[in-house]
Design a protein. Structure first.
Length: 391
């Protein structure tokens, strides 16, 4: 059915352009009531006798309250200014009065578009989307623990030479090292997402990425001083929402602090990888970080404690680490001079030497904790309440 809004009678031959099932309304208020009565209706044709300004206000309201419905405006005369105003308000097409064929074609196009919009709305509201990748946040409460190295190599292990699509997001906005560790030119960075804030889509997100290898892309940190302060935490959340729909895994490299940006990433995460090294300051900071995560009601079953350079001869044993951290150690990555060598070459050690003990430890962790287990469902409720409380 089509709703025809026309204060004055409209000749029958014009009405026939709208199809067989037409419901008339004397004014725009009656047209709105007709839409309310019939949730399946998706087309309103506003005749030439209706006031243009009122028609545009009606369309703006309808676009917010009923995005699946379309409005076609029929005018005696169409100029560029009026056409621009109409399209800005959300009118799908403007047709000159008397052009029956153009009106019929416009109605057909609008109904087809409404069908596509209705399908998109259903997909958006679906609580179980067809593709929902995992977000993995790598965090260390102290600098110098090798966090960026672990994040990049973990991403490479998950990508497995193209077996999965993986993106690394460098969230160390002021001092991000992802680009230099893999020798990528930061032509595009997260700063380029600022004009898209609030309406970011997959096309926009794809324009920000820098490809590294098969199945592995990078979203790099800003390089211009001052750009870090321009990135709002909400944009980070928006990016992660879009990226998890594009990738199987999104690995987030973070700074060594609980900033709003980091907490936003942790809210969106399916897994927290908490990194330390076997030295007293790093272990002490990890203990504080674990207490903070508990205080913020993050679920414990989504976290993994990883000890990097675990075999360093620094006077602390594994038992000492367990006693201080008071949390199970999920993985231990040995130290090796080959790691800084791989960084200087710009090739993650997992890719350069997959049989190396460091590579094997990271690959084993990726398989046992991330690839073989489904994402926990309940942590998002905790994160939502934590986020609400923080605001």
């Amino acid at each position: 059915m089509t709703i025809l809004c026309q204060p004055a009678p409209w000749p029958g031959e014009l009405t026939s352009s709208l199809g067989d099932d037409v419901r008339t309304a004397d004014d725009l208020g009656a047209a709105l009531r007709a839409l309310t009565d019939d949730p399946t209706e998706d087309l309103v044709v506003v005749g030439p006798e209706a006031d243009t300004e009122e028609a545009l206000r009606f369309t703006e309201q309808l676009r917010l309250e009923r995005p699946t419905a379309g409005v076609i405006l029929v005018r005696e005369y169409v100029d560029v200014v009026m056409l621009t105003d109409a399209l800005r308000a959300g009118v799908r097409e403007v047709v000159t009065a008397g052009d029956h064929a153009a009106l019929a074609a416009a109605c057909e196009r609008s109904r087809a578009l409404s069908g596509h919009v209705r399908a998109d709305v259903r997909a958006y509201e679906d609580p179980e989307p067809a593709h929902q990748g995992k977000v993995i946040t790598v965090f260390a409460a102290k600098g110098g623990c090798g966090k960026t190295t672990i994040a990049i190599n973990l991403a490479a292990a998950l990508a497995a030479d193209g077996a999965h699509r993986v993106c690394v997001l460098d969230l160390d906005l002021s001092f991000g090292d992802v680009a230099i560790c893999v020798q990528l030119e930061p032509v595009r960075t997260i700063s380029d997402a600022l004009p898209m804030a609030g309406h970011l889509d997959t096309t926009g997100a794809a324009s920000l990425l820098t490809s590294y290898g098969p199945g592995l892309d990078m979203l790099l940190a800003p390089v211009t001083p001052g750009d870090a302060e321009k990135i709002p935490p909400a944009l980070v959340g928006e990016l992660l929402t879009v990226l998890r729909g594009m990738y199987d895994f999104v690995v987030v490299d973070t700074p060594a602090q609980f900033s709003e940006h980091v907490l936003t990433a942790m809210d969106a995460s399916d897994h927290h990888v908490l990194l330390t090294t076997p030295d007293t300051p790093a272990i002490k900071n990890l203990r504080i970080a674990l207490d903070m995560l508990d205080l913020l009601s993050y679920a414990r079953d989504i976290r993994s404690v990883v000890v990097n350079r675990s075999d360093s001869k620094v006077g602390l044993s594994s038992n000492d680490v367990d006693r201080v951290v008071r949390s199970p150690i999920t993985a231990q990555v040995p130290s090796s001079r080959n790691v800084p060598i791989s960084i200087n070459k710009g090739t993650p050690i997992v890719i350069a030497t997959p049989t190396h003990p460091v590579s094997q430890a990271i690959i084993r962790f990726a398989h046992e904790r991330l690839l073989s287990q489904p994402a926990p469902a309940r942590h998002k409720a905790f994160a939502g309440r934590r986020g609400a409380g923080r605001r």
